[in-house]
Design a protein around this ligand. Sequence first.
Ligand code: NAD
Ligand code: HP7
Length: 310
Amino acid sequence: MTNYALIGAAGYIAPRHLKAMKETGGTLHAAYDINDSVGIMDSHFPDAAFFTEFEQFDAHVHDLRTHGTGIDYVGICSPNYLHKSHMGFALRAGADAICEKPLVLDPSDIDHLAALEKETGKRIHSILQLRLHHSIIALKEKIAAGPKDKIYDVDLGYFTSRGSWYHASWKGFDQKSGGIATNIGVHFYDMLSFVFGPMKENIVHHRGTDAAAGYLEFAQARVRWVLSINRDHLPAHTPADQSTHRSITVEGEEIEFSGGFTDLHTASYQNVLDGGGYGLDVVRPSIELVSHIRTAAIEPNRGEQHPDIK
Ligand code: NAD
Ligand code: HP7
């Protein structure tokens, strides 16, 4: 039986972690959030202890360890800028961390965390669930089976509408979330390097609070990308009842990957339990990539623009 603790239990993504812990046969012993709206825990782990103050959570996790119920993994679903501190807590408490993306905002934090892994002997795992999506795995296998010198033309449009709440929440503040390319885009930049190899060129065409766009080159791909959370930017062909449109075309051929997301957190946890998982070295390139997007010059005339940019 795997013993878990959870940080950020009241948030949007926490239920997927609770479900993953349950479905992989684990037990949640303790959870923490500054917000007490955590009734969802009853559906999964009605006996788990819950705290709204870090000090009490910390003391409880320590007591559990003293009494022989050491926590194996701490699931981390807190805002992005807090991940580093919360991963530090997990490792110092003798547990591995299973932390939401983006693992950290600043690439230099990865070095600090690597030192902490060495000091504690514990590991950090990032949730990067697109790497476990069946369509993406099939695409990776197809590219790997093709000619190694072929460069593919890829268009990536990621439209996922959010209301004004997004901008008022921590997600709307660059210093807390990293901005939309970091908070949402990190999935697809990581996925692109997973499929097409290391990044070679990173040009930013637009960087706003509700949309970003650019041009990327990987070892085997030229990518025109656009990302938007503004409903008005949805492509005209999006069905009226749909608020998201995720599309990737490779050499003009559409790869369908809008569906099949709901169970990927369970697959992510299982992957860690099976000895896989995505550690610091795996996440470093995508963290460096989004860090560059945050500070790069805006160069709309370099590289090709995505056709759905409005
Ligand atoms: P959210 O705002 O809904 O939830 C964050 C939770 O953290 C809230 O309940 C908040 O009260 C809590 N919190 C804030 N400060 C805290 C603190 N100091 N200590 C403890 N808890 C604190 O956000 P969310 O959408 O659930 O995002 C959480 C994390 O999950 C982020 O890192 C986000 O990037 C990631 N995320 C990943 C996916 C995915 O597809 N993998 C989807 C959504 C969110
Ligand atoms: N939604 C909420 O109610 N609350 C939220 O906090 C977020 C969404 P999708 P996911 O916005 O921060 C993506 O677009 O795929 C609503 C990113 N993940 O499918 O779950 C939303 O309004 C994630 O990294 O959202 O999450 C829709 O109605 C990023 O942190 C519905 O939920 C997150 O957006 C579904 O929305 C974010 C991926 O893109 C894989």
